[in-house]
Design a protein around this ligand. Structure first.
Ligand code: AMP
Ligand code: ZN
Length: 105
């Protein structure tokens, strides 16, 4: 856990944020400022600053599997995913996350 990371604090349960879905190494919660009717963030529980720092191939697979499983769980068949990597690309929170955006089921 990184002390000054907002997503680490969320994952640690500091704000009582509801998790839409959770696996051993990943967690999903709703974006606080949704850009679509459904806007979830899929994160590793471990603090990893960005995709550039992700080296664990099992965790890479688990993150994508979580995208599939959470969308299936909520009945969302069509969705868009996005990973912003680096400040110039619009990354604001430096804890790896996959945006999952969809319209109402
Ligand atoms: P990015 O620009 O890819 O780093 O995306 C960061 C995302 O995190 C933005 O869509 C924010 O709305 C979202 N966000 C920031 N703080 C929170 C929070 N406390 N809870 C949920 N989502 C957040
Ligand atoms: Zn973190």
């Amino acid at each position: 856990m990184s002390e000054d990371c907002i997503f680490c604090k969320i994952i640690n349960g500091d704000f009582g944020t509801e998790f839409v879905y959770e696996t051993e190494n990943t967690v999903v919660f709703n974006d606080i400022n949704p850009k679509a009717p459904i806007h979830m963030l899929v994160c590793p529980k471990k603090h990893i600053a960005s995709l550039n720092e992700l080296e664990d191939k099992n965790l890479m697979a688990e993150l994508l599997q979580t995208v599939k499983d959470v969308t299936k769980k909520i009945g969302l068949k069509s969705y868009k995913t996005q990973i912003n990597t680096g400040k110039e690309a619009g990354q604001e929170v430096f804890h790896l996350h996959i945006h999952v955006l969809g319209n109402k089921k």
